[in-house]
Ligand binder design. Structure first.
Ligand SMILES: Nc1ncnc2c1ncn2[C@@H]1O[C@H](COP(=O)(O)OP(=O)(O)OP(=O)(O)O)[C@@H](O)[C@H]1O
Length: 283
């Protein structure tokens, strides 16, 4: 069990903001941390890692990492950290990056095998693609068998195909090593696939907590499905109008009557939903 009671006064974009988070996380949980920009997600990870001062109580598997008398420094907190920008040692090869953390060559080779990096093990990390670098970073974070793996938007710089592949590898590694994980993500499909618990932060506090299907799904009533997107354009074709909406990586067209176009503004967020097979659009 991981018990966290974090307090810190932050200076937010509209003035002072209290980061005030009280959580219990079970060992082996995969927690997704989400919420608007500036809500305190990265600061929470940094506090857990011991990179930031705060008034906090942090207890991991019965060991106090931090309370009003103790402050375990970052190198003693058995954590693995994966950042968006990889943070690899650029003068080293793939395997050297891993062995720098821990000399366990058997574990290093096993991690490289799972993430399909075995053939690249002697390559300098600067010659790798973004997806390969992030795999190395993930393997390196697991080399000291952390009690807690912290990942701050690890896949957000990668293109969608590579991203899905890395999600699969993260899942495989999580099943094998059962490392308790907290991952910051803004991507609902990623959160749904990976996590067994979602925490939504807003202005420094936990706004919602629960399983992805209870926290993230917005379909309600008789709506069969529903997507959020951005209205890019409305094009007139003969007597009808077609709204062009970007949803994730896709462009979607929805036919509208002239009346329906009146309240829509190009650039605004819209929701495309369907009841039975008749799509409608609301804003
Ligand atoms: N050490 C600090 N002292 C005071 N304020 C801070 C400190 N660190 C961060 N902040 C402020 O706290 C707020 C939360 O920042 P944080 O980076 O944790 O947000 P976030 O939810 O991770 O945002 P994003 O999704 O954009 O990365 C920001 O307004 C930031 O300026």
């Amino acid at each position: 069990m991981i018990k966290i009671d974090v307090e810190k006064e932050l200076i937010g974009s509209i003035g002072k903001m209290n980061l005030d988070v009280n959580l219990q996380i079970n060992e082996g949980d995969f927690v997704a941390l989400t919420g608007l920009s500036g809500s305190g997600k990265t600061t929470l990870l940094r506090i857990l890692a011991g990179l930031e001062e705060s008034n906090s109580y942090i207890n991991v598997a019965g060991k106090v990492w931090q309370d009003d008398k103790h402050f375990l420094p970052v190198q003693k907190r058995q954590i693995g950290f994966v950042f968006q920008d990889y943070a690899l040692f650029s003068n080293m090869s793939v395997i050297e990056n891993l062995l720098f953390v821990n000399k366990d060559k058997k574990l290093a080779l096993e991690l490289l095998e799972i993430t399909e990096l075995s053939k690249l093990k002697d390559r300098n990390v600067t010659t790798l693609s973004g997806g390969q670098k992030q795999r190395v970073s993930l393997c390196r974070a697991l080399m000291n068998k952390p009690k807690l793996l912290l990942m701050d938007e690890p896949l957000s710089a990668l293109d969608p195909t590579i991203r899905t592949k890395l999600q699969d590898e993260i899942l495989t590694l999580h099943k094998k090593f059962k490392t308790t994980t907290i991952m910051v993500s803004h991507d609902p499909s990623e959160i749904y696939r990976l996590s067994n618990k979602v925490i939504v932060m807003q202005n420094g506090v936990v706004k919602k907590e629960g399983k992805a299907k209870d926290v993230l799904l917005k379909t309600s009533g008789s709506a069969k499905f529903s997507f959020e997107g951005e209205l890019l354009d409305i094009v007139k074709v003969d007597v009808i109008y077609i709204a062009i909406i970007s949803i994730g990586q896709q462009l979607v067209e929805v036919v509208l009557s002239e009346d329906e176009t009146l309240n829509l503004k190009i650039g605004s967020k819209v929701r495309v939903s369907t009841k039975a097979f008749s799509p409608n659009i609301s804003y």
